[in-house]
Design a protein around this ligand. Structure first.
Ligand code: FAD
Length: 439
């Protein structure tokens, strides 16, 4: 079989790319390993008909690429958890709090200084070329934790910042590069991803999986499901071999795989330098839980459903009227492997009860992304030194081999999948490159 373009991976990045290529009249085929598309965006139908989001869920005002695509697909955008009434929750090992009364002025000030410091560095970082920053190597080796410690926070403020970072499941502050954090902010117009009012304030009505459904409908007939790719040879033509042994040929290949599964695909015909760069990225293994409740029980405690926690479960945010989402990041994943069955779910319920009193969830649903062979993680992470090691080939193409997918963007996210998907389609079509970043 021969096509103009083969897109490997039918996640948000691959589907967005395939849609643009198909609309431009290209003969495009998407090869998807699973029996469904969407990848790390996954809707799960609950007994009562609700579709729960087990993966990517929320976007924000700064996600112009995603919002533009949603508008093209005719989807409505609605406010997210940031509109919930009430105060934030903190489930710390030495006490649970609703509201910020337990924090001092100085605690709050030091957290604001950390944000200011990273935004200040971001102002001098070109997200397309962070390597050209005059102090790039040092800033990449410097961890966000070390930067915070240099601001002399109280022990409480340090713990709070660290718990916040672990709650977002991207890893400890001590394991995040300052240059990578500044680049992520620079890529979104200078706004930090911890600024929830701009990064997390919106969602697609009906859930993010509704956007995947709409994309899938527009690429209908061009997707091969249950078609895991084993190897890619880049040449003229390119040859893509499936695990089944079938070989497909095309003039170009768009590789839209997460970086973990990508390492398991044999790739020949690419420069050593590019392969080294592609293989050098790493991901955060994480799990997501969705707690299904009879209603917004969090409101009775004056709590807005948003919490960070130092206990096993990272925290909570409101996914919908009777549903809370939670993440369990890399440092806490050991609990999954080591704990007796049911312990984690009980830990989640205990945390919830500390925050808002007795609860009787209808269900607690878990999705372990870190061990799923077709994801092997949740988002790309940048430990100190990683950005320099991956280098300036990150997110670039080597025709007829192109990359798409959120791991090739400055900050991951569904925004990254959409932007890189569109960028890859433009590159394949020989159209001028639009900026991958928010200007
Ligand atoms: C729990 C969780 C919560 C998240 N929350 C948010 C959020 O709230 N907001 C946000 O913006 N982002 C969020 N994200 C991140 C976001 O979902 C992802 O960054 C984005 O969806 C990734 O899209 P992608 O196309 O790059 O990769 P993927 O969605 O991973 O797609 C890659 C595709 O490749 C397929 N594949 C893998 N191996 C092969 C193979 N060998 N052959 C063929 N196909 C293969 C996979 O099955 C998959 O369909 C979250 C992610 C997770 C896991």
């Amino acid at each position: 079989m021969k096509a103009d373009v083969i897109v490997v991976g039918g996640g948000l990045g691959g589907l967005t790319c395939a849609r643009d290529l198909a609309r431009a009249g290209t003969d495009v085929v998407v090869l998807e390993a699973r029996n469904r598309v969407g990848g790390r965006v996954e809707g799960m139908a609950f007994d009562d008909g609700r579709v729960l989001q087990m993966g990517g869920e929320i976007v924000g005002t700064v996600h112009h690429g995603y919002l533009e695509l949603a508008a093209e697909l005719g989807l409505a955008i609605v406010p997210s958890f940031t509109e919930e009434p009430g105060e934030d929750g903190y489930d710390m090992l030495d006490g649970t709090h609703i509201g910020e009364d337990w924090l001092s002025e100085e605690d709050r000030a030091v957290m604001a200084r950390l944000e200011e410091a990273i935004v200040g560095i971001a102002a001098g970082v070109d997200p397309a070329d962070p390597w050209s920053h005059p102090d790039a190597a040092r800033l990449d080796r410097l961890s966000v934790g070390a930067l915070l410690r240099s601001l002399e926070p109280s022990w409480r403020a340090y713990r709070l910042c660290e718990a916040g970072s672990l709650s977002a499941a991207g890893g400890s502050l001590e394991r995040g590069s300052v240059l990578a954090s500044a680049r992520a902010a620079a890529g979104a117009g200078g706004v930090l991803s911890t600024d929830y009012d701009q990064w997390e304030n919106l969602k697609v009505e009906g859930g993010s999986s509704a956007l995947v459904d709409a994309l899938e409908a527009q690429v209908a007939g061009r997707i091969r499901y249950d078609a895991p790719v084993q190897s890619i040879h880049v040449g003229r033509p390119c040859a893509v071999t499936l695990v089944s042994g079938e070989v497909l040929r095309a003039d170009a290949v768009v590789c839209a795989l997460p970086v973990g599964p990508l390492r398991r695909v044999g790739i020949s015909g690419l420069s050593d330098e590019r392969l080294r760069s592609l293989h050098r990225q790493r991901q955060a293994p994480a799990s997501k839980a969705v707690t299904v409740l009879d209603g917004p029980v969090w409101r009775r405690a004056g709590w807005n459903g948003l919490a960070i926690s130092e206990h096993e479960i990272g925290g909570f945010w409101v996914q919908g009227e009777g549903a809370l989402s939670s993440l369990l990041g890399p440092e806490k994943r050991g609990y999954i492997d080591a704990a007796p069955p049911g312990t984690l779910t009980q830990a989640l319920i205990d945390s919830l009860e500390r925050l808002c009193g007795p609860v009787e969830p209808q269900a607690v649903l878990w999705r372990h992304w870190g061990t799923d062979p077709y994801s092997l993680g949740y988002v790309a992470i940048w430990e100190p030194g990683d950005l320099m090691a991956v280098g300036p080939l990150h997110g670039t193409h080597e025709p007829p081999f192109y990359v798409a997918g959120s791991d090739h963007w400055s900050a991951g996210y569904m925004e990254g999948a959409v932007r890189t998907g569109r960028d890859a389609a433009r590159a394949v079509l020989g159209q001028p490159r639009a900026s991958l970043y928010v200007e």
